[in-house]
Design a protein around this ligand. Structure first.
Ligand SMILES: CC(C)(COP(=O)(O)OP(=O)(O)OC[C@H]1O[C@@H](n2cnc3c(N)ncnc32)[C@H](O)[C@@H]1OP(=O)(O)O)[C@@H](O)C(=O)NCCC(=O)NCCS
Length: 370
């Protein structure tokens, strides 16, 4: 058994993001067959920005805890200034603008050679303590798995009955902690380039229903000032309208300033291609979609938010803005090989649009609740 102790990383302890990245590369290669890490630059940027949530990174390090270490804001010794081997990591967020009851985005990774030695459980116990001390009554943790048809008893189903995960080390570990599977998300991929004729056909079909009632505008980079409030409104819509399964997820509080700050963070390490639909007569925000390209991984752009506001549904706006955005992506990002997107298994409308555009299921992600 390895002796270990748990520390917390301060946001600016630079080396920990390289170590976290190395761990992520190894674990994503093991779970998904390829490097699906988010990148050290992205982690550095993300952990240095706490505009909408406090972020925690707990690390399991070899040996006994130093007796002279300074305690950090979550009550654990702070990570040393110089690099040491990282045996395991637990990440979490504590939202500060909304969802104040939650500890979310919990993800635990442990080096393969030190598994089944209690490191994952020890990291989880510290997270539970921190959640309780911070007054958080619910926790959401994630697990990642390649998709595949699995029958009972080799599969675990969420309480919603939609989708399933294989019974593998990730789900067995989550169950050993007493977590319940609250929702299964699907990651789908669209191989690029998409046939330009398909995009043109889909676009023309959608425009026939949506124009001239709606106007569509696209941009590359941060949201133009004039559209900040519209994008904020559609992000708020997304936070309540996307199915959340059995998770206790509450409406997010968005304003133009939050969009600006979020853009500022994402554009430090990449850029976004966005398309917005506006109701021509009123100027109201009707629909929005955004694809993000990480500078470190331009071959795999990520389809993030897509939302159509309730009063504007049924005009093919979802299909229209996605087709237009993919046309812009094709012109902007020549290195892109595929687009990834994540949707709730219950989200039939969004999945229908994605399938029409050529997205195909690749991996599944468990949202576990405690
Ligand atoms: C899941 C993971 C974090 C577990 O870390 P760990 O340090 O090995 O976990 P622990 O030693 O604390 O295991 C606690 C319990 O989980 C269960 N468990 C963990 N791994 C298991 C496996 N491979 N097979 C069966 N049960 C397992 C067991 O009940 C275990 O208790 P036991 O060893 O006394 O039987 C680690 O395997 C990992 O990094 N996997 C890849 C990332 C991942 O899937 N994360 C999702 C977390 S929800």
């Amino acid at each position: 058994m390895s002796e270990f102790h748990i520390v917390e990383a301060r946001p600016r302890t630079d080396w920990v993001y390289d170590s976290l990245h190395a761990l992520e590369v190894a674990v994503t290669q093991e779970l998904l067959g390829e490097d699906q890490s988010v990148g050290a630059e992205w982690s550095r940027a993300s952990y240095s920005s706490e505009v909408t949530s406090l972020k925690g990174l707990l690390l399991a390090l070899p040996g006994k805890a130093p007796t002279d270490a300074v305690a950090g804001r979550f009550g654990l010794p702070e990570a040393p200034e110089s690099p040491v081997e990282v045996l395991g990591a637990l990440e979490f967020g504590l939202p500060t603008r909304d969802n104040l009851h939650l500890m979310d985005d919990v993800y635990i990774q442990v080096l393969r050679r030190v598994r089944r030695e209690g490191i994952g459980t020890a990291l989880w116990r510290e997270a539970r303590r921190i959640a309780a001390e911070q007054g958080r009554t619910a926790t959401i943790a994630w697990s990642h798995h390649l998709a595949g048809a699995v029958s009972m008893p080799e599969r675990v189903e969420p309480s919603t009955g939609v989708g399933h995960l294989p019974v593998d080390r990730g789900s067995l570990f989550a169950q050993s902690l007493g977590l319940q599977l609250a929702q299964v998300e699907r990651e789908s991929r669209l191989v690029l380039p998409v046939d330009p004729d398909l995009l043109a056909t889909v676009r023309a079909e959608a425009e026939a229903m949506a124009l001239p009632t709606y106007e569509v505008v696209s941009w590359i980079g941060p949201t133009p000032e004039v559209h900040l409030e519209r994008v904020a409104e559609l992000n708020r819509t997304l936070s309540v309208d996307a199915p959340t399964g059995d998770l206790d997820w509450q409406e997010e509080v968005w304003d133009g300033e939050r969009v600006r700050l979020s853009d500022e963070l994402t554009h430090r390490t990449g850029y976004s291609v966005s398309t917005l639909a506006i109701h021509a007569a009123t100027g109201d925000a009707a629909g929005f979609t955004l694809i993000h390209v990480h500078n470190a991984y331009p071959h795999r752009p990520e389809q993030w938010n897509t939302a159509v506001a309730a009063p504007h549904r049924g005009h093919r706006l979802g299909l229209l803005i996605k087709a237009v955005n993919l046309q812009h992506l094709a012109a902007a990002t020549l290195e892109a090989r595929y687009v990834e997107t994540w949707n709730a298994g219950e989200n039939n409308h969004m999945l229908g649009i994605n399938t029409r555009l050529g997205f195909r299921l690749h991996s599944v992600h468990g949202a576990w609740k405690a």
